[in-house]
Design a protein around this ligand. Structure first.
Ligand code: PAF
Length: 278
């Protein structure tokens, strides 16, 4: 497995290669990332995993400086998974000058997580577009855990006619149901025990929907109240249409329940797709 740190070397190594699949990550890999790698290997001949903690997508009071950076350990894991190349550029390589050209996203980027992390998706989309231009993959794989991000990357690829197919990988969960995330390690023992309640809340809503509940606002409100009563600071719990993340019409079958909430200092997100049968 090649570990490349500069754009120039990456371009030289990839010249003439086709069938490249890219898995963009910020490192500190866990089984969720490795599952995206597994999907990538099924879809192309040459798998590149990028590892870059992207300052552009962190707000001023967010965890950019404490975000775990574990390149050596990540590379060991990726080598065992049959990855062909790791691209781990330095900040000065990707941002040799202030990044003033950015990706302007649809309005939904300012809702849900975007409402609580202004500019986050602009930063994420901008670095992903740069990575696409550098690596030139035919396919890129993103996790469904970051549902809104996956939706926006698909929109970016479609609306900017990027020659890349975006594939979404299912969320990988711990045995109790907590969605795997690099940020889970910020949780103390008590918080880690409590954390699964976010997923249980989503399951509760999905069961209610499958049982015929249609008052979504009431389901959202009850979920927010239940989480708050247990000590969570809730950013949102919302039921949206899978197709466009808008508030669903009464006839919408394919829904997704999305939530973001903080336990102590740690912000967790999760989501659950639910399809109604008529
Ligand atoms: O999902 C992430 O880890 C990041 O947002 C991404 C896509 C690697 C861009 O920095």
């Amino acid at each position: 497995m090649l570990v490349i740190h500069t754009i120039a070397e990456l371009r030289a190594r990839l010249q003439g290669l086709t069938g490249i699949v890219l898995v963009p990550t910020m490192g500190n890999l866990h089984q969720g990332h490795l599952d995206l790698v597994r999907i990538a290997r099924q879809h192309g001949q040459f798998v590149v995993v990028s590892i870059f903690v992207n300052p552009l997508q962190f707000g001023v009071n967010e965890d950019y400086s404490k975000y775990p950076r574990t390149l050596e350990q990540d590379c060991k894991m990726l080598e065992q998974c049959g990855v062909d190349m790791v691209f781990a550029p330095g900040e000065r390589d990707l941002y040799p000058q202030p990044q003033q050209v950015t990706v302007d996203l649809p309005p939904i980027a300012d809702e849900l997580c975007g409402a609580f992390r202004p500019g986050h998706f602009r930063g994420a989309a901008t670095v992903v577009l740069k990575l696409f231009n550098i690596v030139q993959p035919r396919i890129a794989v993103f996790g469904k855990k970051d549902y809104q991000q996956l939706y926006l990357m698909r929109q970016m690829a479609a609306q900017l006619n990027l020659p890349v197919e975006i594939i979404g990988g299912e969320t990988v969960r711990a045995s109790d149901g907590l969605a795997l995330s690099s940020r889970n390690q910020y949780l103390n023992i008590a918080e880690r025990t409590e954390a699964v309640f976010l997923y249980q809340t989503l399951i509760g809503i999905s069961v209610a929907i499958m049982d015929g509940a249609t008052d979504f606002l009431k389901l959202e409100r009850q979920a927010i109240e239940a989480l708050t009563a247990r000590g969570w600071q809730v950013d949102y719990v919302t039921i949206r249409a899978q197709s466009n993340l808008a508030e669903p019409t009464a006839s919408e079958r394919n829904l997704v329940i999305l939530a973001a909430a903080r336990l102590g200092q740690t912000r967790l997100i999760d989501n659950l797709e639910v399809s109604r049968e008529w």
